[in-house]
Design a protein around this ligand. Structure first.
Ligand SMILES: C=C(O[C@@H]1C=C(C(=O)O)C=C[C@H]1O)C(=O)O
Length: 459
């Protein structure tokens, strides 16, 4: 544990060195390297001494991604390059336009990474930018046993300037890692606003089922959000810690945008790529899981309404991804994915990409899936607009990372909150099909909101 002491003396671990010592050591290693030349330059250093310290430290506007079940953590610090395109297509253009040179100083084989995120499309009630691509100044990456620091900087400037910027960032980052965690006083956030009101949400579910019965569309995903207030500022890094512990199979992500922090524990993979292997999750159909009632999940698997809702998503993803793939594997029947108090129907879809196809191309085709929008998409968007629904803070958009070689993953932003001081705005929704009932749909959103509400008690 870090010992409280003066700046520069803070210890990274009981037996380890000081934060200042680590930073000085890394700076010496960087000084010996000949930096590559390009518009964007990166260097990766192995840092086994940080392997036990890949928790998100307290910082302003944190960007991070963790998949604890895969032993993956990416913690960013600062910004070397950022682009704010108008949409997902713009994200792909921004990424492919990067002139990015890299020096793998310890021959660990790892590529430098960029983070990216975007909203659902259309107005964002929190005015989050439609899309962002960011190459951080530093990324601490842990993958299994390996731990590395990736440093990036805009090229075309004197190497001494780059080294100075990295040196300063390394010092600050090491200090943040060594800072002792703040006392864990539990908070009880209370609801201060519900948008729409519970009664209006039920009414929207009814209106949606009527539009479906009238033959306008097959499915539409409605959502609601709640604003909660705590008695003191909420801390994203503590919320992340709680989510990592409770939902290790999810993608736990943060994106700091102008002092507000989006935090999510998403069970839904929009797309993941490794080489030409690609995968996406169809996730739709939800029920409470009750350990005392093992048959409940069985009912989810055999229930006609949820199976129908799920099948629509499987077919749509198979078609969207299939167009980019040489081979596609779609399991014949869904499985159950358990997430604490609820569970989903889940079909992991995998394939082999055609040459030239990649993660961002797949992401642009897959977003928004009928798991968060509806079918057909244009009619679903029209119904959402008629019902007056808006989404906020990238909820039901996507967030993830991509490395220089094109490997990476994006998750659908679900089970999320935007933290702003002592307040947090939580969003959740659910798919409405012909057989949906207002009360059950409302209860489903409450279950989904429960994941963040529970985490926030420890924020
Ligand atoms: C829309 C959300 O979740 C999506 C909708 C689901 C459903 O309708 O059953 C299940 C998982 C997600 O794909 C949400 O969590 O807000």
């Amino acid at each position: 544990m870090a010992m409280p002491s003066q700046r520069g003396e803070a210890r990274l671990s009981a037996g380890g060195g000081t934060a200042a010592g680590l930073a000085a050591n890394l700076v010496r290693r960087i000084d010996r390297l000949a930096l590559p030349e390009a518009a964007l330059v990166s260097v990766t250093l192995a840092v086994p001494e940080l392997a036990g310290l890949t928790r998100l430290p307290a910082m302003a506007d944190p960007w991070s991604w963790q998949r604890p079940s895969e032993g993956l953590a990416l913690i960013a610090w600062g910004c070397a390059h950022s682009v704010a395109p108008a949409d997902t297509a713009g994200l792909a253009a921004a990424y492919h336009g990067l002139d990015w040179a890299h020096l793998d100083a310890d021959a660990g084989g790892a590529e430098p990474v960029a983070f990216l995120g975007h909203g659902f499309g259309g107005p964002d009630a929190l005015d989050f930018p439609p899309a962002l691509l960011r190459v951080p100044l530093l990324v601490l990456r842990r993958r299994g046993e390996r731990c590395e620091l990736i440093l990036s900087h805009r090229g075309g400037v004197a190497p001494a300037r780059i080294r100075a910027a990295w040196g300063e960032a390394l010092e600050d980052f090491a200090q943040a890692l060594a800072a002792p965690p703040l006392a864990a006083v539990p908070v009880l956030p209370r609801r201060v606003e519900e948008i729409p009101s519970p009664a209006l949400y039920r009414q929207r579910v009814r209106a949606a089922t009527q539009a479906i019965a009238a033959g306008r569309l097959e499915k539409v995903v409605l959502s609601r959000r709640i604003l909660v207030e705590a008695s003191r500022p909420l801390r994203p890094e503590r919320l992340v810690e709680a989510l990592v512990e409770r939902h290790p199979s999810c993608a736990i992500l943060t994106a700091g945008v102008d002092g507000r922090t989006l935090v999510a524990a998403s069970p839904e993979r929009l797309v993941a790529c490794q080489g030409r292997d690609v995968g996406s999750y169809a996730l739709a159909g939800t029920a409470p899981s009750d350990p005392a009632d093992p048959f409940l999940g069985g009912r989810l698997l055999s229930g006609a309404k949820d199976r129908h809702e799920h099948r629509l998503v499987v077919e749509w993803i198979s078609e969207a991804l299939g167009g980019l793939c040489e081979t596609l594997d779609v399991p014949a029947a869904p499985r159950r994915m358990g997430l604490g108090r609820l569970e989903h129907l889940w079909t992991p879809i995998t394939g082999r990409l055609k040459p030239g196809a990649g993660l961002l191309q797949a992401a642009a085709r897959l977003h928004p899936t009928p798991a968060v929008a509806g079918l057909p998409l244009a009619e679903a968007r029209a119904v959402l607009a008629e019902l007056g629904e808006t989404r906020a803070g990238w909820y039901s958009g996507a967030f993830g990372w991509i490395d220089r070689a094109g490997d990476g993953e994006m998750a659908v932003v679900l089970r999320c909150a935007v933290l702003d001081g002592d307040r947090a705005l939580l969003s959740a929704g659910g798919g409405i099909v012909a057989a949906s009932e207002p009360e059950a749909e409302f209860a489903e959103t409450e279950l989904k909101l429960g994941i963040m509400l529970e985490g926030l008690r420890r924020a």
